[in-house]
Design a protein around this ligand. Sequence first.
Ligand code: SAM
Length: 311
Amino acid sequence: MSETTPHIPVLLDEVLEGLSPLPDQRLIDGTVGAGGHTEAILRAVAPNGQVLALDADPAALEVAHRRLTAYGDRVRFVNANFAQLAAVARDLDFIPVHGILLDLGLSSMQLNAVERGFSFQSEGPLDMRYDPNGPTTAADLVNNLAQNELADLIYRFGEERRSRAIARALVAARPVHTTRQLGEVVTRAVGGRRGDRLHPATRTFQALRIAVNDELEVLRRALPAATSILAPGGRLAVISFHSLEDRIVKEFFRQESRDCICPPDRPICTCGHRATLHIITPKPITATSTEAAFNPRARSAKLRVAEYMER
Ligand SMILES: C[S@@+](CC[C@H](N)C(=O)[O-])C[C@H]1O[C@@H](n2cnc3c(N)ncnc32)[C@H](O)[C@@H]1O
């Protein structure tokens, strides 16, 4: 995978402040990518603290591994989906942990690796899997879904108002094999650039990537799993890049910070739910204008942090 375009970690200072790692603590980075956040955490937990670093993409793990060799066995790498984070940590006897980071989505390395098929700027295969052994590629979806299923997918996961026209154009253009072909078909269907600065195919690409990697469902499963292995006072930090992800994190934090989640019209509590999280960031943290100018990826980043409560 291309290393000429290194991934710049977003909201690095804010993540460190949110996780507040201390010397000798144990943390998990569920999305190690190029290892930028992991390295900062390893420094903060020196001399003996450890990080368990996961990524679904073996190519990302290789890059991170090379970057972090100096930290020796203070960092362990596992090729796994973060939906399995609690099971992996238990298997390695790496529990409880003082912090967990999820920096969602894809890295600049993946975006720029033409052969991974994440970008409409270049001629790559229509793939978009983080895990190259994953069951479904973007080409499978584009070429096999019924037109209305494709339209629904683009609408739900891309929040794309023109989803019906796009799905119609894609079905007419089948078979669609490359990212550039997909980008061109979508651009023709929605008619060139819009006023909102986004490339016309941005939302369709986001939708396909989310569907290929089952991103929203994986996040829904990972949040309670992560909470289950935090030590009291341990922190969970999640960086999201679009509103669908951020809403899931916000609602999970809100629900888990309440003692009762009965419907408001119920006169007495019957749910027995007990709060396990204290929300550290009532509003998501976003990038400063300096960071956003320097790293365009940071412009849409939202960081939310919650702390596991001692009961
Ligand atoms: C935004 S990058 C992380 C960048 C990293 N924080 C850094 O500083 O370099 C997201 C990474 O998460 C990985 N990823 C996405 N979804 C995943 C999942 N469900 N399980 C494990 N890794 C995932 C991607 O392969 C990618 O390498």
